[in-house]
Design a binder for this molecule. Structure first.
Ligand code: ACO
Length: 334
């Protein structure tokens, strides 16, 4: 799916993020599995990640992020009529984490549901919310991208354990006079789904049901390097922009080598690229809002800036969004 944003102008008017308190360094992980700081840093760029406590579930980390976003946008929770939570690690299959959060936040008029598109979930969710707002169906939306992947990792599998972390980010979307979303490109390839999957997690029976994430790292790496470039090029072309028009490039934070490859191929200036994978690892749906918050706090995300977001992940899925930033969003960082 690809298209320019039509209808009312919609933008991000509030941003908030939250991560669990517990920091796990590469050295900490090397005490659990046969790995080391040098391997992890060289292959991924990750130095540490946040890990949720035993009794800390998805909605626990979403709640502070959501409150911060609402506060920044200066809107009443009760005025939100749409809440989408992009995640693959909800508190439970049902009720949805969005319904739980709508109740906790005080949003009696909100349609609330979860959306599963792997690490691309946040980009999918803002595209959906945009469509509902631009058409007039929704008046004010809260979109949360969050995951606690630590809960579905095999803590004896070094090939996945070192890559992921937990985190949440939330944005308020509203109508604005100028600027805002310019276009979206979203895609999926279920044929490649088994490269990154959790086969025992649903209604399909498997001989040997898996409780943990299974990944073919090399296949995902090849997929990621391809779509991070093709999706960004497609949306720029669709919206009559070039990479030189982009002021801030926010790629999904999976691996610094995947980001470096995209930066080289797209020809985007490294100083325009946001990288924080070193401190959070891959937080799946939380990754892009966490990167936006750091960019805002570094003074790089000023109103008027053209921002390119590109994500990819399980599904396999990918997606890009182009947005002209409209609001001051400093103070969101974790
Ligand atoms: N520590 C030390 N050694 C390790 C580790 C580890 N944690 N993991 C693997 N190794 C070893 C392997 O066993 C292998 O050893 P061998 O040569 O003796 O067989 C060696 O290191 C090289 O392993 P490779 O898998 O070839 O390493 P590669 O350079 O491909 O890097 C990595 C692996 C980092 C996983 C890379 O393939 C990658 O980043 N893939 C993409 C993963 C990703 O981004 N997934 C998330 C997608 S987004 C989402 O939806 C969640």
């Amino acid at each position: 799916m690809i298209g320019k944003a039509e209808g009312k102008r919609i933008s991000i008017t509030g941003l908030g993020v939250h991560v669990p308190e517990k920091v796990m360094t590469n050295d900490d992980l090397s005490k659990l599995v046969d790995t080391n700081d040098q391997w992890i840093v060289e292959r991924t760029g990750i130095k540490e990640r946040r890990i949720a406590a035993d009794d800390e579930a998805l909605t626990d980390i979403c709640l502070p992020a959501a409150r911060r976003a609402l506060e920044m946008a200066k809107v009443d929770a009760a005025s939100i009529d749409l809440l989408i939570v992009a995640t693959v690690t909800p508190d439970m299959a049902f009720p949805s984490s969005a319904a739980i959060l709508a109740d906790q936040l005080g949003m009696p008029d909100a349609a609330a549901y979860d959306l599963a598109a792997g690490c691309t979930g946040f980009v999918y969710a803002i595209a959906q919310a945009h469509a509902m707002l631009a058409s007039g169906l929704s008046k004010r939306a809260l979109v949360i991208g969050a995951d606690v992947l630590s809960k579905i990792l095999d803590w004896t599998d070094r090939s996945t354990l070192v890559l992921f972390g937990d985190g949440a980010g939330a944005v308020v979307l509203e109508e604005v006079d100028k600027g805002g979303f310019i276009g979206f490109e979203l895609g999926a390839d279920g044929g490649g789904g088994a490269s990154l999957w959790l086969p025992g997690s649903g209604s399909r029976k498997f001989e040997d049901p898996e409780k943990f994430v299974k990944m073919n790292g090399r296949e995902v790496f090849k997929f990621a390097t391809r779509v991070m470039v093709s999706s960004a090029e497609a949306i720029l072309d669709e919206c009559d922009k070039t990479i030189d028009d982009v002021d801030v490039y926010v790629p999904h934070q999976a691996n610094v080598r995947i980001i470096d490859h995209a930066v080289r191929k797209l020809g985007v200036a490294p100083e325009k690229t946001v990288i924080n994978v070193q401190k959070y690892g891959n937080t799946s749906s939380g990754s892009i809002p966490l990167a936006l918050a750091d960019a805002a706090d570094d003074g790089r995300l000023e109103p008027g800036k053209l921002v390119l977001l590109t994500g990819m992940g399980a599904g396999l899925t990918w997606g890009s969004a182009l947005i002209e930033w409209t609001h001051q969003t400093t103070g969101a960082a974790a």
